[in-house]
Design a protein around this ligand. Sequence first.
Ligand SMILES: Cc1cc2nc3c(=O)[nH]c(=O)nc-3n(C[C@H](O)[C@H](O)[C@H](O)COP(=O)(O)O)c2cc1C
Length: 190
Amino acid sequence: MDPLDPPVLHPLLRERRSVREYDESHRLDDVELAALLEAARWAPSAGNSQPWAFLVGRRDDGAHRVFVPLLAPSVRRWAPAASALVFALHQVASGPEEDALVYSDYAAYDLGQAVAHLTVQAAALGLSTHQFAAFDHAGLAAACGVPPHWAVTTGIAVGRGVTSELAPRVRRPMAEVAYAGRFGAPVLPG
Ligand SMILES: Cc1cc2nc3c(=O)[nH]c(=O)nc-3n(C[C@H](O)[C@H](O)[C@H](O)COP(=O)(O)O)c2cc1C
């Protein structure tokens, strides 16, 4: 059984892929942006700690102009054409303020889940996303005034994807990733 065949995976998941070509006529409006950020904001997190924050630049705005030179050349080739660049941050220590969020060991996990929800919401809006780690993390933190108890983790390009030339998606086999009680003993065939 091919898991990419219906009905195993929901179409929003089946069709999701990290595209590198974007329709530059598309602009991300406030309604779409709010939906993406709300999807992330309503994700579950350890103790409801919500240890995430986002920096957002839409193509041609001031934040976008700050972000683009900080992308690695490999990412700068395609990401600036997307309608928005979103940078995802998670807490790495408790803040100095009296009412500061307390650091949670699950902060990175929680941020990843919030971004996953954002990507699914994007798919539901007919938008594509491509996450990336290849950028100047320290430069971005400095340029955007990120406090030391926060880390800029990943960037996310969001836009209307052009999906004409796409390489096949590959994954490790199920038998290598899901086990029945004992590590290494497959729970499912294939
Ligand atoms: C944390 C993270 C970092 C990534 N960094 C990059 C990157 O720097 N450059 C890039 O082209 N893709 C990057 N990707 C995209 C992955 O290469 C992509 O998700 C993976 O190859 C699977 O392809 P798919 O998303 O189309 O299924 C990153 C993805 C994640 C989740």
